[in-house]
Design a binder for this molecule. Structure first.
Ligand SMILES: NC(=O)c1ccc[n+]([C@@H]2O[C@H](COP(=O)([O-])OP(=O)(O)OC[C@H]3O[C@@H](n4cnc5c(N)ncnc54)[C@H](O)[C@@H]3O)[C@@H](O)[C@H]2O)c1
Length: 249
């Protein structure tokens, strides 16, 4: 198993890519702390894992609240004594015409998509240092690499995730803490399926992708697994698109 004896915190574990990652990491032997603002959803994911012989704990967590992070870290240390992996996955979509985006949209988009990533890293890194190292994977977006129409706030918030990932990789590399970002493209999840599976927009998304199909949550989770695992021991500070070739253009 690729994550044997590892302790992994995964945010947004109740749906989409986070759910796929919680299941995959548990299958690969990790003890998973799955968090989500939607406790019922993440409890259901965790219950399935524990029924099938895996090990996971569900915690209610608003990633935008620093105090919630302290609680998640404290519970993780209490349960397992260490943190090896942090997957900052939780995020929200903010789509609006450029001129209609408000101060409130900015505040919310940054709080959930960006501040959360900083809070999580600040909370986990001291424990990773104590433990001799760790791996952090921050989920950005192709919107953090290229401009996306109708998503100015989202693009800015995810671009900041890309940049803060590199800053942390540089600051903590000598402590053996690896920090990388993943940039999903058009992935069908509860967040996106209303658009991606609609007759109106699906042909557009498909036209943007080099590969034949839209992405699946498990395909992003597989990339998270690789970067989190010891197989990626010499990889830090990278931005990995999982986008079927959208950004190859
Ligand atoms: N779906 C895509 O095509 C796509 C593309 C690029 C990037 N992303 C990014 O991937 C990540 C996962 O997206 P997804 O498509 O799986 O979405 P999703 O909506 O299916 O799942 C996101 C989960 O995060 C949780 N969440 C939302 N706000 C939260 C908060 N404040 N605190 C804690 N949990 C919170 C939700 O309850 C949900 O369970 C997000 O960061 C998203 O921006 C998605």
């Amino acid at each position: 198993m690729r994550l044997e004896n590892k302790v992994a915190i995964i945010t947004g574990g109740g749906s989409g890519m986070g759910e796929a990652a919680v299941e995959l990491f548990a299958k690969q032997g990790a003890k998973v702390i799955a968090t989500d603002i939607n406790l019922e959803a993440v409890e259901a994911v965790v219950a399935k894992i524990n029924e099938n012989g895996g090990e996971a704990i569900a915690i209610k967590h608003n990633v935008a609240a620093k105090a919630d992070w302290d609680e998640v870290i404290a519970k993780t240390i209490e349960a397992y004594g260490k943190i090896d992996i942090l997957i900052n996955n939780a995020g929200i979509s903010v789509s609006k015409d450029f001129m209609e985006q408000t101060e409130e949209d900015f505040a919310k988009g940054f709080a959930v998509n960006t501040n959360s990533v900083m809070f999580g890293m600040q909370a986990a890194i001291p424990h990773m240092e104590q433990n001799g190292g760790g791996s952090i994977v921050n989920v950005s977006s192709i919107a953090g690499l290229v401009g996306m129409s109708g998503a100015g706030v989202y693009t800015a918030s995810k671009g900041a995730v890309r940049a803060i990932t590199k800053a942390a990789a540089v600051d903590y590399g000598k402590k053996n803490i690896r920090v990388n970002s993943i940039h999903p493209g058009y992935i069908v999840t509860p967040m996106s399926k209303e658009y991606m599976e609609s007759d109106q927009f699906r042909p557009y998304f498909l036209s943007q992708i080099a590969l034949p199909e839209l992405g699946k949550a498990i395909e992003v989770a597989n990339a998270m697994l690789f970067l989190a695992s010891d197989e990626a021991n010499h990889i830090s500070g990278i931005e990995l698109p999982v986008d079927g070739g959208v950004t190859a253009k």
